[in-house]
Design a protein around this ligand. Structure first.
Ligand SMILES: Cc1cc2nc3c(=O)[nH]c(=O)nc-3n(C[C@H](O)[C@H](O)[C@H](O)COP(=O)(O)OP(=O)(O)OC[C@H]3O[C@@H](n4cnc5c(N)ncnc54)[C@H](O)[C@@H]3O)c2cc1C
Length: 501
């Protein structure tokens, strides 16, 4: 696989001259910060080395030289980050890379923990400067550039008394979240993020620019709603917006471990009554070896009603004053700070069908606590069972979009956070063991839907696990739109067996 040589980087720079795109290589001061990702496991140098033509010492600052520890610095720099500002610039870079077989990655919010938005020695197409959001009140739609964060969307829509279905953490990129499906507090009422996508502007594998919607290129539109990362660079999304004039009830409660049976009773009972305006995450957080039960409440309605509904939980906690009314967009900021911790991270997901068996839930709690107690020096973690009503999601058949995870169950998500790169495989195994324990329970009662949310899985699932019966159609479309598989860094659709790369 050829990489981007330094002369080729200069050539790319030339092709982009007269535009606002910025090509950054190891020789540039902002190179190091351009590699930053949410998880240090995903920070890959967009450089590599080749046979010597000249010494690169003259090009490097001391900091850059220090970073090039893994290679012989007499060799020539390759690789680049391109900060793009328009769809035409994206098109130029994709065409340039594809023609020369240079691997590239697309970066939006940078939250992939498997490094899907980073590359060694290739090109990173950094969409961060393409973050414009236009709210169209007349059509109740919001048009969003491919590198925007959800915070940009939430706040822009709120100014007009509107909201767009988005994730519960607003620092995420719109690009990655949307293309894999997208779930959040408004999912109960309006479905997935992709169910609210009206149109997308896309740069395809050959650099051509196209639009996909129900009426224009409907096959492509089908594919990008669940597997979009594999089909192109989406440079603009148009979403439905919904009225959101009222504040919502939200907040986080901590419960002592002895309240676990009451919590299980409550959620089992809630399962049959959950209405579309509600949402509840519950699970465990472990920090410095101490495990706490956590419950996150959401209700899109009046405080009195919310408190009546959540009273059995509120009365179990000593910090009910941490819940209250707030503008919708603020609920998606509640965890931004916690989610911004430093170091290496790994996201993993599975599903759970309710009612929960108390012994099973106790066993998961014990397992989680044990793992974290044994490794309190290395790791912190959270594990959430995400009760977002699925009625709206399952109204859409599994074959109506590429997203195949529609079923009468809830997502489960865990995030592990550690510092030492040497602990990578140990943490991976521990986290996978925990998630397998939950998945095995889900499989016993499995109904429709694959039971695996692609945006929550790293290397743990292959394309068959993620797309089920939709995979053959996806593969056919992939061969049509991206025959050389240039978009393969997320979950590789054409990989025959084993986990994705
Ligand atoms: C703390 C945390 C909380 C989360 N909470 C939620 C949640 O509430 N709901 C939910 O649904 N998910 C949630 N997720 C999962 C999240 O949806 C995925 O991590 C998603 O991939 C993040 O997208 P990103 O743009 O930030 O990441 P990136 O790493 O930038 O991108 C992820 C993938 O998408 C590709 N990509 C990004 N933008 C584009 C684009 N415009 N065109 C083509 N490809 C693109 C990248 O190349 C990469 O393959 C959460 C993740 C984390 C880490």
């Amino acid at each position: 696989m050829p990489f981007l040589t330094y002369p080729a980087a200069l050539e790319l720079q030339k092709e982009l001259s007269g535009t606002n795109a910025e090509v950054i290589t190891l020789a540039d001061d902002d190179y190091v910060e351009s590699l930053d990702r949410w998880s240090a496991t995903s920070e890959k140098e967009a450089v590599c080395v080749s046979p010597p033509h000249q010494s690169i010492h003259s090009l490097l600052s001391p900091m850059q030289e220090h970073r090039l520890t893994y290679a012989d610095t007499t060799m020539l720099i390759k690789g680049a980050i391109v900060k793009v500002t328009t769809v035409e610039e994206v098109s130029t870079v994709v065409e340039f890379a594809a023609k020369r077989y240079i691997p590239f990655a697309v970066l939006s919010g940078g939250h992939s923990t498997k490094g899907a938005s980073s590359t060694y020695g290739g090109i990173v197409i950094d969409l961060g400067r393409m973050n414009r959001v236009d709210v169209r009140t007349s059509s109740k739609t919001v048009s969003v550039e491919g590198g925007a964060k959800w915070a940009d969307v939430d706040t822009a829509a709120a100014k007009h008394g509107l909201a767009v279905v988005g994730p519960t953490v607003s620092q995420l990129g719109v690009g990655g979240t949307t293309l894999g499906g997208g779930i959040g507090w408004l999912t109960g009422k309006y479905g997935l993020v992709v169910d609210n996508l009206v149109e997308a502007q896309i740069v395809l594998a050959d650099g051509s620019i196209t639009t996909a919607s129900e009426s224009e290129s409907p096959d492509l539109f089908w594919a990008i709603r669940g597997a979009g990362q594999d089909f192109g660079v989406i440079t603009r999304f148009t979403f439905k917006a919904h009225p959101q004039e009222n504040d919502v009830f939200a907040g986080m409660l901590y419960l002592d471990p002895d309240k676990l049976p009451q919590l299980v009773d409550y959620v089992n009972n809630l399962d049959s009554k959950l209405d579309e305006d509600e949402g509840l995450f519950f699970g465990f957080i472990n920090s410095h070896g101490k495990t706490t039960i956590v419950v996150i409440l959401f209700y899109n309605g009046p405080q009195a009603q919310a408190e009546k509904m959540f009273e059995p939980l509120l009365s179990l906690s000593t910090d009910r004053e941490k819940t209250g009314m707030m503008p919708y967009y603020k609920t998606n900021q509640l965890f931004n700070k916690a989610a911004a911790s430093e170091g290496r991270k790994r996201l993993s997901g599975t599903s759970v069908t309710l009612p929960l068996d108390i012994d099973f839930f106790q066993a998961v709690y014990q397992n989680f606590s044990q793992i974290l107690n044994d490794h309190s020096e290395d790791a912190e973690a959270l594990l959430f069972f995400e009760m977002l009503p699925y009625t709206k999601v399952v109204e859409v058949p599994n074959d109506a979009t590429a997203y195949a995870n529609r079923g009468p169950y809830y997502n489960v998500c865990s995030i592990f956070n550690w510092q030492d790169p040497k602990a990578d495989s140990k943490i991976r195994n521990l986290q996978q063991g925990l998630m397998t324990q939950i998945r095995d329970e889900h499989i016993k009662r499995r109904g429709p839907g694959v039971g695996t949310y692609a945006n929550y899985t790293g290397f743990d699932a292959n394309a068959r696990d993620l797309f089920g019966d939709n995979l053959p159609r996806l593969k056919e479309l992939k061969k049509h739109f991206d025959p050389r598989n240039v978009f393969r860094k997320w979950h590789d659709l054409l990989l025959q067996t084993g986990a994705s790369v």
